[in-house]
Structures are given as structure tokens and as C-alpha cells.
Design a protein around this ligand. Structure first.
Ligand code: RB5
Length: 164
């Protein structure tokens, strides 16, 4: 797989460990930095990684910051990108299977490298299951295209029920 990795200074060491782990498995790795523990604003790293995912030049990506939260929030702002922060194996697997996410995020101050290594393996091995999940992910895409609730799209159904 073509996998992008990126981190801020709080996720740098974890990113390095995961990069080595994934490269050893034969994945093609693109490193978007940081390349040391210099301070960087996490959206400045999340943005190019997420754009590469949206453009189709990466299959998946791993983003690390202190908590994994800022990276996920920033990556999710790029249309077509689905990112989530995980710290347990079930969620790591469901992130791909249920949510069709391309980006997994970790907190370098939250999960140890050995744990994140296990989690990233669960994520990379998982594929979107389709079925009912397709309808739900399609509603996320609809919400992204038009944040205002519209009939038959995310928000529209809930709003219609509330009015009934
Ligand atoms: C570090 O504590 C934190 O602010 C940053 O790395 C990131 O976790 C933000 O979400």
C-alpha cells in the first residue's frame, strides 16, 4: 500500500516507529514530516497528507500528534477524507471496516509504540465492509457536500422525524 505518515513534535517518535514498522512490511511510505522534534502546527502536516489521500496518491495515512485529536480534526476538513483517533484494536479495525476511513491517528502522549504498532496492523489489514455501512458513509459524504440538512441526507431524516 502507499501510506503517508506525518506528525507534530509530540507525535514524532511514534511516527518514526510506525514508519519503520510499515516500511519493514513492504509498504511504500511517504513521510510528510516532521523530521525532528522541532515545533510545528499539526494542521500544517495534516493538510498535505489529507490532500494526498483525497487526490488518490496515497491509499492510507498515519498521523500522530500529542493526543491524535487535532490531526484527525484537521484531516477530516479535507473533502473525501475520513480520519479517526484510536487507542484500542476493535476501533482500529472498525475505522476501516465500518467508517471506510483512510487515515488513522494516534496520540504520541497516549499510546505506547508497541500498542500503536498492533493497532496500525489491525487498521491496515481491514477493508471497508460495504452493506449498511455504505449508506451511512454516503450520508457523511452528503453532509460534507452540503452541511445544511436536506431531505434524504444526513440531518435531513432526523430533522424530518423531529418535525413529525
Ligand atoms: C499536544 O499536547 C497537543 O496540543 C497536540 O500535539 C495535538 O495533540 C493536538 O490535538
Amino acid at each position: 500500500m502507499r501510506i503517508g505518515v506525518g506528525a507534530d513534535q509530540w507525535g514524532f517518535r511514534l511516527k518514526e516507529a510506525l514508519k519503520d514498522h510499515l516500511a519493514a512490511q513492504g509498504h511504500e511510505i511517504s513521510d510528510f514530516g516532521v523530521f525532528g522534534e522541532e515545533a510545528v502546527d499539526y494542521p500544517d502536516v495534516a493538510a498535505p497528507v489529507a490532500r494526498a489521500i483525497a487526490a488518490g496518491s496515497l491509499d492510507r495515512a498515519v498521523l500522530c500528534c500529542g493526543t491524535g485529536l487535532g490531526m484527525a480534526i484537521a484531516a477530516n476538513k479535507v473533502p473525501g477524507v475520513r480520519a479517526g483517533t484510536v487507542s484500542d484494536p476493535y476501533s482500529a479495525e472498525r475505522l476501516a471496516k465500518s467508517n471506510n476511513a483512510q487515515v488513522i491517528c494516534f496520540g504520541g502522549r497516549v499510546v505506547a509504540a508497541d500498542v500503536a504498532t498492533l493497532l496500525v496492523d489491525h487498521f491496515m489489514a481491514a477493508e471497508f465492509q460495504g452493506g449498511d455501512s455504505s449508506r451511512k458513509v454516503d450520508k457523511i459524504s452528503a453532509l460534507e457536500r452540503s452541511p445544511e440538512a436536506a431531505p434524504g441526507t444526513a440531518g435531513g431524516a432526523a430533522a424530518e422525524k423531529a418535525e413529525a
